[in-house]
Design a protein around this ligand. Structure first.
Ligand code: KIV
Length: 275
């Protein structure tokens, strides 16, 4: 049976759009995101009620075995966005733009077009103030944008490693200012990665767009985890992740547990959070 004909059963029963997510933020209802890369997982996410699928450039590390996301290419992203699209007809699909494919607004325009034409509903780009013109340009031309602040993995060499960001006052203020700027420029979502939970909470209150946390505490509007972490496939899992398969019978069960725990405010708890 083709994945496109998998029914959502207890999962989603209507297409998720950015309006759905905005409404959920306004109502205080948490939504759930999973970073995944292929059709079978995308189909299981549909059955388990995952609202947003991120085809993350984390696939460079989780699937292709690189030690960072920097080698990932446009061709690889397009290949995986197309696969995810074939597996799921209802979740909102977000496609990551790889390293240096959005260094100028014009380059971003050309490459975002390819990701959208592969089947994404939105693109994700990493960075702050310098991306405001790019966000405006994409947004005005009909391409929704998810911004990404905090630990932005494509800048790992600039950070000197995968480190928590925004721990000192000046850095925290800069991340908050960047979030406001990108919100005003027209960004539709914001991923906050590895920042103290108090900062993520302040940003979530300060911006109109919904925020999605990973290692950012439980006060964001949504959570995202990488499928490999959810299923216990990561050799040295990060502090903020959790293996949900140990509490479930199968993969859809693990996804349903993750969805339920996020929506009920049980995940993330203190052990997954940076103070
Ligand atoms: O590439 C990715 O999967 C991501 C998430 C970890 C947020 O950017």
């Amino acid at each position: 049976m083709p994945y496109a004909s998998v029914s959502s059963e207890a999962g989603l029963n209507r297409p998720i759009t950015i309006n759905t997510l905005r409404k959920m933020k306004a109502q205080g209802d948490k939504f759930v995101t999973v970073a995944l890369y292929d059709a079978p997982m995308a189909a299981m996410a549909l059955k388990s009620g995952v609202e947003v699928l991120l085809v993350g450039d984390s696939l460079g590390m989780t699937v292709l075995g690189y030690d960072s996301t920097i080698p990932v290419t446009m061709e690889q992203m397009i290949y995986h966005v197309e696969a995810v699209k074939r597996g799921n007809s209802l979740s909102l699909i977000m496609g990551d733009m790889p390293f240096m494919t959005y260094a100028t607004p014009e380059q971003a325009m050309a490459n975002a077009t390819r990701i959208m034409q592969a089947g994404a509903h939105m693109v994700k780009i990493e960075g702050g103030e310098w991306l405001a013109d790019t966000v405006r340009m994409l947004s005005e031309r009909g391409i929704p944008v998810c911004a990404h602040l905090g630990l932005t993995p494509q800048s790992v060499n600039k950070f000197g490693g995968f480190r928590v960001q925004g721990r000192d006052q000046a850095q925290a203020q800069k991340i908050l200012d960047d979030a406001r700027l990108l919100d005003q420029a027209g960004a539709d979502l914001l991923v906050l990665e590895c920042v103290p939970s108090a900062l993520a909470q302040a940003i979530t209150a300060a911006v109109d767009m919904p925020t999605i946390g990973i290692g950012a505490g439980r006060e964001t509007d949504a959570q995202v985890l990488v499928i490999n972490d959810i299923l216990g496939l990561t050799p040295q899992p990060p502090k903020f992740s959790k293996n949900f398969l140990v509490e479930a019978e199968d993969i859809p069960g693990a996804l349903r547990k993750y969805v339920g725990d996020v929506k009920n405010g049980v995940f993330p708890d203190e052990v997954h959070t940076f103070g």
